[in-house]
Design a protein around this ligand. Structure first.
Ligand code: SF4
Length: 186
């Protein structure tokens, strides 16, 4: 048979249709396979470790490991919701991105070097003291006593707990810092 353009299009349509339709009525009636939507894990109620709101959470535990965290719908404070910090609670001990060693990049260098805490802590303390002393403001031009430094700023993060924040702010105010901020506000 000579295959005209019109016949070719008709045949192509039939072939495509037969590919898309189920080949038998039995197949068309086949039930979709079922699978569990939730893993059966031990659920442990807890309170978020971060801010003082004190949201309730339910932690899913499987083989001794945290596999899920969700807001506790029965908790009177958050009624099932959690903020991003609460949702990330599982990362507190196990975050693979967490830096666990001191990394130092010298001024002008493109390389990070591993250092010990014994090297880092005295250096940090020395540089803070030096910067503070060189930039100490006792009085404003109008003669008001302020006793502060504007040369050091502190930026907190949403991963800091309430207790850490309390200690940080005590130390920073004692040092005379006034530029104290939190990442969520910038
Ligand atoms: S950090 Fe978020 S989830 Fe945790 S207690 Fe505060 S508001 Fe609730």
């Amino acid at each position: 048979m000579e295959l005209s353009r019109r016949n070719f299009l008709k045949l192509s349509g039939v072939a495509t249709g037969s590919l898309l339709l189920p080949t038998t009525t039995a197949q068309a009636r086949e039930e979709p396979s079922t699978f569990p939507l939730r893993k059966r894990v031990g659920e442990v109620p807890t309170i978020c470790t971060y801010c003082a709101v004190g949201c309730g959470a339910i932690v899913g535990v499987q083989d001794g490991k945290v596999v899920s965290i969700e807001g506790d719908p029965d908790h009177p404070i958050n009624r099932g919701s959690l903020c991003s910090k609460g949702m990330a609670m599982a990362q507190i001990p196990h975050n693979p991105q967490r830096v666990t060693k001191v990394l130092y990049r010298a001024p002008g260098s493109a390389q990070w070097e591993e250092k010990s805490w014994d090297w880092a802590i005295p250096r940090i303390a020395r540089l803070i003291k030096k910067t503070r002393d060189e930039n100490w403001i006792s009085k404003t031009p109008a003669g008001n006593v302020v006793n502060r430094t504007e040369a050091i700023a502190f930026l907190g993060g949403s991963q800091n707990t309430n207790e850490e924040c309390y200690l940080w702010v005590k130390a920073l105010r004692a040092l005379g810092l006034v530029y104290i901020e939190h990442q969520a506000r910038i």
